[in-house]
Design a protein around this ligand. Structure first.
Ligand SMILES: Cc1cc2nc3c(=O)[nH]c(=O)nc-3n(C[C@H](O)[C@H](O)[C@H](O)COP(=O)(O)OP(=O)(O)OC[C@H]3O[C@@H](n4cnc5c(N)ncnc54)[C@H](O)[C@@H]3O)c2cc1C
Length: 293
């Protein structure tokens, strides 16, 4: 199919882009186009106007700061994945990025575009929630910061207002000596996750877990922090019974119903398996970091 008739504007300033969005309730931001353009071709999206943000200055940088990595709106997935400084301060990011689509799509698609699309099975929203990051949005009334857990509101829906552009995302650095892990169950490599789980944790002097963070995608209408499981695991030696308890505490987080791909009970089993594996892998990496220090 071909898209409906639409207008196209390529502003060179953020103010111009915001005014264009504010002037047309059916206008849409165009970033890498890897989701929006296929949706338009299927007529699942019918914007009257595309506001292409790729010619706006200042939207292409990745800056590693003291507390977070700041990724501007036009940074492509592949740039984020391959950035040497990002790999050094937060190797979890590259581990997650390998699962986002295929390289040609990662060459064009943007990190922030993926966050704005807010697919509950996508990896980047999970990563932002897992790390406790945020986005900065800018609109007619100025800019504001929105925490990841507030930004993702439901299926393909965020807290961004129509006239706002997400200008950057902030991914916190990993705590020193932390262990980390991400993996997913998927039908084919490069597909969206059926279920994905990420984990970050530290170990104290007696090898007990602290600062456990767990998040999952593909189990609800948005990425979910598994806070009950985190509480169960903090302070434990991460033994089999601790992991059993964490898995049991996570099952209620699966609210995605059966669909054409898998049943809800399959998602629960996949979630349990991934939690066990990701916690074990993160703990192993935390131990290795301790040995190497
Ligand atoms: C075959 C295929 C497989 C894929 N597999 C995966 C996968 O496994 N995991 C995954 O996470 N993704 C996957 N994707 C999607 C890919 O990651 C996209 O790049 C990403 O979702 C959107 O990024 P984009 O820059 O292309 O955004 P666009 O397509 O340009 O925009 C997506 C949406 O976000 C809005 N938007 C974009 N940028 C902004 C902004 N700065 N401010 C406000 N609104 C904005 C747009 O208006 C639109 O609604 C896949 C895509 C394809 C085609």
């Amino acid at each position: 199919m071909k898209p409906s008739i639409f207008g196209y504007q390529a502003p060179t300033t953020l103010d111009e882009a915001i005014s264009l969005l504010a002037g047309d309730p059916d206008a849409a931001v165009l970033a890498g186009g890897q989701t929006l353009l296929p949706a338009m071709n299927f007529r699942a999206a019918n914007p009257s106007l595309l506001v292409d943000i790729q010619h706006i200055d200042g939207l292409r940088s990745i800056v590693v700061g003291a507390e977070a990595i700041v990724v501007k709106a036009m940074v492509r997935h592949r740039e984020f994945e391959l950035d040497a400084d990002v790999r050094r301060v937060n190797p979890l990011i590259a581990e997650v990025m390998q699962h986002v689509a295929h390289i040609p799509i990662r060459n064009r698609g943007t990190v922030v575009g993926s966050l704005c699309h807010a697919d509950p099975s996508a990896e980047m929203p999970l990563l932002l929630v897992l790390l406790g990051g945020s986005v900065i949005v800018q609109g007619l009334s100025g800019s504001r910061e929105i925490a990841a857990e507030k930004f993702f509101q439901s299926f393909l829906t965020t807290a961004r207002s129509h006239d706002e552009i997400v200008v950057e995302a902030r991914f916190p650095l990993l705590p020193p000596m932390a262990g980390w892990a991400f993996d997913e169950v998927t039908r084919r490599h490069g597909d969206y996750a059926v279920v994905g789980v990420g984990c970050v944790l530290s170990l104290d002097e007696s090898s007990r877990a602290s600062g456990v963070r767990l998040a999952a995608c593909g189990i609800a209408d948005r990425p979910v922090r598994l806070k009950e499981a985190e509480t169960v695991l903090n302070g434990t030696a991460l033994g089999t019974s601790d992991l059993d308890a964490a898995v049991a505490a996570s099952m209620a987080a699966v609210t995605q119903p059966d669909d054409i791909n898998v049943s809800a009970s399959y998602r629960r089993r996949a979630l349990g398996t991934l939690i066990r594996r990701m916690v074990a892998k993160a703990a192993q990496r935390a131990q290795m970091a301790e040995v190497a220090s």
